[in-house]
Each structure stands twice: as C-alpha cells, then as structure tokens.
Design a protein around this ligand. Sequence first.
Ligand SMILES: [Zn+2]
Length: 188
Amino acid sequence: MVAFAQHKIPNEIASEAKIALSHYPELARTPIEFKFKKHIKKSTMQAQPKFLSVFKSKKNRAYKILISEKIKIVDSVYYTKDMPSEIMIGWLGHELGHVIDFEQRSGLNLIGFGISYLTSKKYIRGAERRADSYAVAHGMETYILATKEFILEKAGLSQKYVDRIKNLYLSPEEIMLLVEERDMVTED
Ligand SMILES: [Zn+2]
C-alpha cells in the first residue's frame, strides 16, 4: 500500500493513480482512498464521499474510489488490476471527475445527490457526463477516449453493459467537441 498523507492507493494501481491525480492539482490535499472491492453493483468503479464526512465542513471532507476486483466479461473473468495502464488511468480520471463535482457541493446537496443517483436514470446520466467533462477539462481526453474504446469495442463486455455506458456517458464524438471548445477558450 502506497500512502501519502492524503491519498491511499493500493500498490497494483499506484503509478496509474498518480498519473490521474497529477491532472487534478486541486485535489493534492484532498483525502482520497482508492480501494478494491469484491463487487460493486452495476459498475466497475465508484467515487463517493466518505459517509461521515458529508456532515463535516467541505475542507475536511474525504472521498473513496471503490474499484471492483473483476470486470464481468461475457465468457471469462477479467481482473481490473490487469487492465492496460492507459485504460486504468482514464477510468480513474473519470472517477476523479466525480470528486471535482462533489467538491462543489454542500453536505446537504451531496445527500440529495446520493438519493437522486439511486432513483433517477436522468440524474445518473447528468452526473456521468459531468465527470467525463471534468476529466476532459483536466486534459485527460486521450486516456478517456482509450477507456471508452476499450469498454465499447475491445473488452467483450455484455451488450447490456455496453448499452448502459453508451446511454449514460459522453460519446467519443462529444468528447472531441469538448476538446475543441476547451482549446478555443485557451487560445483566446
Ligand atoms: Zn462515473
């Protein structure tokens, strides 16, 4: 286990997590724990505020990023830690995009977020697309696109999972549009 004061990262993904974190300098002091879990319902990774920290001041809030040990692939078992590095970096970058989204919310708002995320597909879609957008805004588009290509074309995931991803996340074309917009703003 690699542990900085504020970031707890399992060894298997330490270098990937460090690269993803390097794109988010504003999270350098934010406590974030990356943690493998046997199983996560409906997803491979999940970012969330640590439960009790929702009641603390924003400054003292801590987050965890849960990572499922396995990805369900149609007829085999795939260990998440064996994912190619750039795919892992993109995936973690998306999760850190959720953390940025959470950072801007009050504790009460986060509780509302949790409830809406559990009950509304439209809300999930908004949250997932915001996380992708934050990752692009932080210069992670190459990784995010690699991750999407992996999920949509290469991994051999179930059609149901692929359809869910297509429905909820930004498409590669939408990501390219965001990159263009971002670069137009910086050129001004
Ligand atoms: Zn997400």
